[in-house]
Design a protein. Structure first.
Length: 220
């Protein structure tokens, strides 16, 4: 949300058009206001102005303007396990990653969230703990880039074998980019003994062979 106007917006990479449409439909469902998709060279986004919309978002805990120093999850999210699951899913869909890490001759999945907001990182850790996970929380010092010092980067990681399985089955993703990262090594998923509904769902997803070849080459 803008700190100077009543503007509300969202944007992401054009490569994530599928997830962009998911978010766009949610906004259209919540706000009774015309919302238009805007395609730029490096981003796809939407923006609209609504004073009542900003007020609604502020009431549930969304900050206006610059927010990294005080960004945190809305308090009501902690009141309900389903809210926490959906919140964690939304954050990893936009600001997270899934990848296969090699250990000797085996590969295992790593799920992690990334943020430069320290209080927000603590909120993510607290949610995961309340849901029965044992996340690792680490940070790295910001680097210098174009004369500007980058902020410290916080990374919250879920990597225990049983907890990765639990996350995929109980929370999962709405962003197909994340599912694509899971499916880079389909055969290795067998070691997680996923439930039948999950394996059935995954069997309906596909990633291009060209992308699969690039991913395998990068990991070799």
């Amino acid at each position: 949300m803008s700190s100077h106007t009543t503007e509300i917006g969202y944007g992401t990479s054009p490569k994530e058009e599928q997830y962009f449409q998911e978010v766009l439909q949610l906004y259209r469902k919540i706000f009774d206001h015309p919302i238009t998709r805007i395609l730029r060279r490096l981003a796809v986004e939407f923006r609209f102005c609504s004073r009542t919309g900003q007020q609604l978002l502020k009431e549930v805990g969304f900050p206006r303007g610059k927010k990294l120093d005080y960004l945190r999850a809305p308090k009501f999210v902690f009141d309900n396990k389903e809210y926490m699951k959906r919140f964690l899913r939304g954050v990893i869909d936009t600001d997270g990653h899934v990848y296969w890490r090699k250990s000797f001759n085996n590969y295992y999945l790593i799920i992690y969230w990334v943020t430069t907001a320290p209080i927000f990182a603590e909120d993510l850790v607290e949610m995961l703990r309340r849901l029965g996970y044992h996340p690792q929380h680490g940070s790295v010092k910001g680097t210098q880039c174009d004369g500007h010092k980058r902020r410290r980067l916080h990374r919250i990681i879920v990597m225990r074998h049983d907890e990765v399985k639990k996350f995929i089955e109980e929370i999962g993703f709405r962003n197909n980019t994340r599912w694509g990262q899971v499916l880079k090594l389909r055969k290795n998923l067998q070691t997680y003994h996923l439930s039948e509904p999950t394996t059935t769902f995954l069997s309906t997803l596909a990633i291009p062979e060209s992308q699969r070849a690039r991913d395998l080459a990068a990991m070799s």
